[in-house]
Design a protein around this ligand. Sequence first.
Ligand SMILES: Cc1cc2nc3c(=O)[nH]c(=O)nc-3n(C[C@H](O)[C@H](O)[C@H](O)COP(=O)(O)OP(=O)(O)OC[C@H]3O[C@@H](n4cnc5c(N)ncnc54)[C@H](O)[C@@H]3O)c2cc1C
Length: 423
Amino acid sequence: MAEKVDVVVLGMGVGGEEVANSLAEQGLTVVGIESNLVGGECPYFGCIPTKMMVRADDMLAEGRRIPGFAGDSTVKPDWKPVARRIRDVATDNWDDRVAVERFEGKGGHFVRGAGKLAGPGKVSVNGTTYEASRAIVISTGTSPAVPPIPGLDRVKYWTNREAVKVEQLPESLVILGGGAIGVELSQVFARFGVKVSVIEGMNRVLAMEEPEASAVLGEVLHRDGIELFLNARAMSVEPRGEGVTVMLADGRAIIADQLLVATGRRANLVDIGLETVGLDPSARLLEPNDHLRVGERLWAIGDVTASGGFTHVAIYHAGIVVDDILGKPGPGADYRAKPRVTFTDPEVGATGLTEEQAKKKGLNVRTGIQSTGPATMASSRWSRTRTAACSSVPRPWVRGAATPSASSSSPSSCRSLLTSCAT
Ligand SMILES: Cc1cc2nc3c(=O)[nH]c(=O)nc-3n(C[C@H](O)[C@H](O)[C@H](O)COP(=O)(O)OP(=O)(O)OC[C@H]3O[C@@H](n4cnc5c(N)ncnc54)[C@H](O)[C@@H]3O)c2cc1C
């Protein structure tokens, strides 16, 4: 059975939902297909619940900083309100009824199921094929990438999806991966009293950011009692009672009650029928043009694209695609000042390229570091600014910036790094 429609949105996460709602609002016939929850990773398993956790651990840390600055404090961590707020306030107990009704209220047609491209202009789901006269948008996002470590299939591990649902904290936790998700969650759980270890293959945490940011963060995590295993490779995992043992390549064994795998993301591109529209079914990510087109009447947005990875990017993509589908001329995507933040304490904010990335692109980079601290703020904060400018043009403009900011453990620190490179 085939049904003719204007637009099919495959994957109703952050980006897909935005496109589907906007186009339905414009009066187009839009089918939105979602296999799990409308809203996607960010509101149910990513940004929102993890930031609720981060906010809670920030409060604990602030409370513990009171002595010496503002009186006395006794802080008793309790995970129950955090779990309750995530369940009841943020995710509605992982129920997307409100989001589905919002889309349907705009005239959209919602289908729950795993959709598949079925040739140019066609998407099949639950035995029905939809023929889209104007557009198909691929917005299937990512899932946690789980490395093929021997023994991992024999233990009960968390990814971010289980970590945000936890009602009772383990006594100890070992985290595979010291990237953004790994470090954010390491600090959350450590500040709630969990003994946390982080295993990272690179020689620093947050290896995709400036080395100075990694150094500050490494120091702070250490002060939070987190044990960092850097340059470390997990060779195998074994069950140990209710817990796990992670064996490292150098022979060390890390024992914990719980394992969290935070080793990156894998785009949901397998089995969505890319080959039926002339795209590579083994592609790791899609590489659309600057208007997010990947084919004739075919667009791809958000985390399935090489430029994705953040909610604001998926929303930015959605805006460009909506205009393009409606035939409104507008500028294409521009990532020269792409912003991002890792919400540790201190936060690590960054824009555009790191110095290393700029150099790899063959840009002529100059760097500068400015320290201003200890500053006169209430606590012993200090700040440091690092700039990198391209010297090949007379007036370099800001191309990237990274700022580990705000206060952390006492003495708290604030450094900012600025990378500016002209094209
Ligand atoms: C722990 C964590 C914390 C994060 N924190 C932040 C943050 O603080 N700030 C930030 O900017 N970003 C953050 N992110 C990233 C952010 O969540 C993503 O960038 C964003 O969700 C991408 O949106 P998307 O629409 O591309 O994909 P998603 O949100 O992943 O949505 C894709 C949707 O497609 C559905 N789908 C997949 N295949 C099919 C199919 N065949 N048929 C139908 N439906 C399908 C999926 O079920 C999913 O709902 C975080 C991510 C994680 C994991």
